[in-house]
Write a protein that binds this ligand. Structure first.
Ligand code: CA
Length: 217
């Protein structure tokens, strides 16, 4: 899953980006509203975390601009806890709203829910044959037994499971799962898929040669 973070406080931006990467997300960052809007319009993010108080364009303007083009899920961050702002955020097309200071665990939970809902999956547990993915706890089990995946392996499997029945191209996986901070080793998609198959069974992920991967519906 690829996330765009738009936040002008460098320390908060860095710590959020690091926390999200540790969870297995690919993360792009923007430090002002203009850059954030440009990036959000030009790349298919799974979600945008958008601060309200930003230089150049504020969060409301970014949201309005984005909504003329895209329905990317947006989680607004604000220091102001006025009900008026909350209503304004939701009216302008924000999908969720979090007041600073917030718990990291709450941000992560809300992001997972946003991404799940935007993929048309209201239930937090995804079932693919005998494999279960609990997207809240990011836990995977196979035939009732817990299986440990690396964050990167989990991210790949979750993306394929959210799009089960569809062929997901390699380009799409790269765009949604890897960001510019990744080194070349972590970009080896085939190695990750090989490892997932070893842990969960070879038949789970089918290869469409020259195109991509598919998890059966
Ligand atoms: Ca700010």
């Amino acid at each position: 899953m690829r996330i765009l973070l738009v936040e002008d406080e460098p320390r908060l931006l860095r710590s959020l980006a690091r926390a999200l990467r540790e969870e297995g997300y690919a993360v792009d960052t923007a430090a002002d509203g203009e850059e954030g809007l440009y990036m959000a319009k030009n790349c298919d993010y799974n979600a945008v975390v958008l601060d309200v108080m930003l230089p150049r364009l504020d969060g409301w303007q970014v949201l309005e601009g984005l909504r003329q083009h895209k329905q990317t899920p947006v989680l607004m961050l604000t220091a102001r806890d006025a009900p008026r702002d909350r209503v304004r955020g939701l009216d302008t097309g924000a999908d969720d709203y979090l007041v600073k200071p917030f718990d990291l665990s709450e941000l992560l939970a809300r992001l997972r829910a946003l991404i799940r809902r935007s993929a048309g999956q209201a239930r937090p547990v995804l079932e693919v044959g005998e494999v279960l993915l609990d997207t809240r706890a990011r836990l995977v089990s196979h035939k009732g037994k817990a299986v440990t995946l690396t964050p990167r392996e989990y991210a790949i499997l979750e993306y394929l499971a959210l799009h089960r029945g569809e062929v997901v191209t390699r380009t799409e996986l790269y765009e949604h799962l890897f960001d510019d901070s990744d080194d070349s080793l972590s970009n080896l998609l085939d190695v990750h898929v090989f490892s997932i198959r070893k842990k969960l069974g070879a038949e789970l992920i089918a290869t469409r040669r020259g195109v991509g991967y598919c998890v059966r519906a």
